[in-house]
Write a new protein. Structure first.
Length: 92
């Protein structure tokens, strides 16, 4: 595969990942604010730097009620499948 075709495939994957992130269906870890159940994408794998970046952008000094969930991606009907199990300890 040429380097140009590899660049095109990487760009397509990046766009697909961004669309899935916006739709809330991207596979990976998500920070969930308990107050309003909003979800914020962290990273595909356990990544403390990514967690800190998201937490700094999303949480305030009074936001202590959050947890980390994992999205497995879409099921065969096109709906996001979540573990719905607190994955916070996996990061620490």
């Amino acid at each position: 595969m040429t380097s140009e075709s590899q660049k095109i495939l990487r760009e397509i994957k990046r766009r697909d990942d961004k669309e899935a992130e916006i739709a809330g269906t991207r596979r990976g870890y998500w920070l969930v604010k308990e107050s309003d159940k909003s979800r914020y994408y962290i990273h595909e794998r356990i990544n403390l730097v990514a967690l800190e970046r998201v937490a700094n952008n999303v949480l305030t000094d009074t936001d202590y009620d959050y947890w980390i969930d994992y999205c497995h991606g879409l099921d065969i009907t096109g709906r996001a499948t979540w573990s719905n199990v607190d994955q916070t300890n996996s990061f620490f």
